[in-house]
Design a protein around this ligand. Structure first.
Ligand SMILES: [Zn+2]
Length: 199
C-alpha cells in the first residue's frame, strides 16, 4: 500500500463531502499523489458514504491500473485526473463534485463569472472581493479525450484550480487535501449564493 496517511485523510474528506450532497448515487471520483509520487484514484461504482481507503487503486500517469489492481476498473473519469496532474505538476489532490447548485449554473454557458463575493478570496491569487473570477465550463462527454482536449485548449483559464462540466459538476485540485477542499467548499458556496440570489 502507498502512503496510508493521505489515503485515510482523503477517505474521511470524501465521506464528509458525501454528507453534504457532493456525490449522490455512487457518482464522483477522487485522487491523490502520495509521498512516493504514486497516483491513487477511487475505483468505479463506490458508494461514497461507505468509502474506505481500500477503495483506492494505484494507476500509472496514463491512467492504467497497476499491479495488483489490473483487473479493477478505475473511475470512468480517470483521464481527467491524469490530464490535471500532467498540466499542473504541483497537484497533490483532485476532488470532484456533482453539487446540484453548481450544475444548474452550467446550462448553455461556456463560463461562469462571480463578482464581488468575499469568498472569492478562497481562490489562488485572489486577495479582495472586488473584481470578477471567471470559471470555464466545458461540454460534457463520455469520451475523456474530448474533455482532455477542451482542458488543454483552455489551460490559461484554469489558474483558480476549478472548472465545470456542463450539466455534470466541477473539479477542484490543489497541493494538499486542505487546499483542494477549500476550493471545492468555496466554489459550492458561491454557486449556492448565485442560486439563492437569482431565484
Ligand atoms: Zn462526474
Amino acid at each position: 500500500m502507498g502512503d496510508l496517511l493521505i489515503l485515510n485523510e482523503l477517505t474521511q474528506c470524501i465521506r464528509a463531502l458525501h454528507r453534504v450532497g457532493h456525490s449522490p448515487a455512487t457518482s464522483t471520483n477522487y485522487s491523490c499523489r502520495d509521498g512516493n509520487g504514486k497516483i491513487w484514484i477511487t475505483r468505479s461504482g463506490i458508494d461514497k458514504s461507505l468509502m474506505q481507503y481500500e477503495d483506492f487503486i494505484e494507476i500509472s500517469p496514463e491512467g492504467t491500473p497497476l499491479p495488483p489492481f489490473e483487473t479493477i476498473p478505475p473511475s470512468a473519469e480517470t483521464g481527467i485526473h491524469c490530464a490535471i496532474y500532467h498540466m499542473f505538476p504541483d497537484t497533490q489532490v483532485i476532488l470532484h463534485s456533482h453539487d446540484i447548485h453548481a450544475l444548474v449554473q452550467t446550462v448553455g454557458l461556456s463560463r461562469k463569472v462571480f463578482e464581488g463575493y468575499e469568498l472569492q478570496k478562497a481562490f489562488r491569487g485572489v486577495i479582495t472581493h472586488e473584481g470578477e473570477i471567471s470559471i470555464p465550463i466545458i461540454p460534457n462527454s463520455q469520451d475523456m479525450n474530448d474533455i482532455k482536449n477542451a482542458l488543454l485548449e483552455r489551460q490559461s483559464e484554469l489558474n483558480y484550480g476549478v472548472f465545470m462540466i456542463e450539466k455534470h459538476g466541477y473539479y477542484t485540485w490543489g497541493n494538499s487535501i486542505f487546499e483542494a477542499k477549500r476550493l471545492l467548499e468555496a466554489f459550492s458556496y458561491l454557486c449556492r449564493a448565485e442560486v439563492l440570489l437569482n431565484r
